[in-house]
Design a binder for this molecule. Sequence first.
Ligand SMILES: NC(=O)C1=CN([C@@H]2O[C@H](COP(=O)(O)OP(=O)(O)OC[C@H]3O[C@@H](n4cnc5c(N)ncnc54)[C@H](OP(=O)(O)O)[C@@H]3O)[C@@H](O)[C@H]2O)C=CC1
Ligand SMILES: CC(=O)N[C@@H](CCC(=O)OP(=O)(O)O)C(=O)O
Length: 346
Amino acid sequence: MKIRAAIVGPTGLTGMYLVKLLHRHPQAELMYLASHRDELPDLRDEFPSLLGLLDEDVAQCRPIDPEAIAKEADVVFLGLPHKAAMAYAPQLLDAGLRVIDLSADYRLSDQALYESVYDTPHTDPANLPNAVYGLPELFRKDLPGAMLVANPGCYPTAAALGVAPLLSHSLVKPEGITVYAASGTTGAGRAAKPATSFLSVNEAFGPYGQIGGHRHQPEIAQTLTRVAGKPVTPLFIPHLLPIDAGILETIVLQPADSDVTQADLFEAFQDAYAHEPFIRVRTEDDVLPNVKHVVDTNYVDVSVRLTDSGQVVVFVAEDNMVKGASGQAVQNMNAVFELDEILGLS
Ligand SMILES: NC(=O)C1=CN([C@@H]2O[C@H](COP(=O)(O)OP(=O)(O)OC[C@H]3O[C@@H](n4cnc5c(N)ncnc54)[C@H](OP(=O)(O)O)[C@@H]3O)[C@@H](O)[C@H]2O)C=CC1
Ligand SMILES: CC(=O)N[C@@H](CCC(=O)OP(=O)(O)O)C(=O)O
């Protein structure tokens, strides 16, 4: 029997990507699109690219009614802004649905940390300890049967996958990690904002936000601390790229000691990811990860260099909307239902 899926917030970018991915999933069926709007849209009017991918009765959005959704679906994806997601998740869980939340509301397991980073009280602390951080390559064993999955942030996905093998193989120091990241503008969502208007982004490139204070920095720290088993406090610096989709991260680390070689670094990645269907370790001399190699796929390309001056530099590329959001959400759904993780994504 197919997994029956619903999306709350389908008029957002992650919702639109979810529709496309679920359409081609051989063992899932999209049943219900739930919108908060008073005038409920037909999703094909919102996104003409979805014409032909949605049946008439599914395309028409319906209200966010947990009981009604639970009658038609087994799992619900929340493509909502943070704060909004935790307002709906408890009722959806109470109705018996599995919830995959693409927002940040259940990613930080420490409630006080969440409240300080997101500057708002957590309104669903009861479910916070039950949330599974959905990064399959690192924490796969937590996923089968999970009721609530916190889908990782786009930047934290790339940073965690780029640094974890080196920490777990004790090849780099947990101190002094700097993550330089650049994202396409889909990372900022669909709504019009001055900072992501055509005139601001076109032919432009620069850092943004409070340097050292981005909300993804504690999320990256949480994952790397879990992997290392000791505190890791990276510095994270985001930049905005004048492209639609794609993230490239350049991560500078210090080797654990002077004996670390280039071969050790490649071996750590190959050892960690040899059986991972979505992680491509690039060991060629003349190829480095590039957003162009991964956009529109669930792949993450990763490589590493030991410089002559003795620093370790990791490069990671992903599509922020796919592995950084909706693709990873589908991968998580597959893992929750104990299906092959590549279904709908290969
Ligand atoms: N874009 C990205 O690269 C990534 C995004 N995410 C996260 O996923 C979530 C969704 O992102 P994205 O799709 O880009 O966001 P968008 O801003 O594009 O879409 C947000 C969606 O939520 C709906 N919505 C807004 N407020 C409410 C509310 N109070 N109640 C119910 N529905 C509401 C919107 O409806 P309406 O159209 O009516 O406004 C829209 O459908 C966010 O938390 C984001 O941080 C995660 C990883 C990467
Ligand atoms: C370019 C841009 O604005 N990116 C967003 C991050 C992307 C995103 O939506 O963050 P989550 O993965 O946490 O949901 C930002 O810097 O806040």
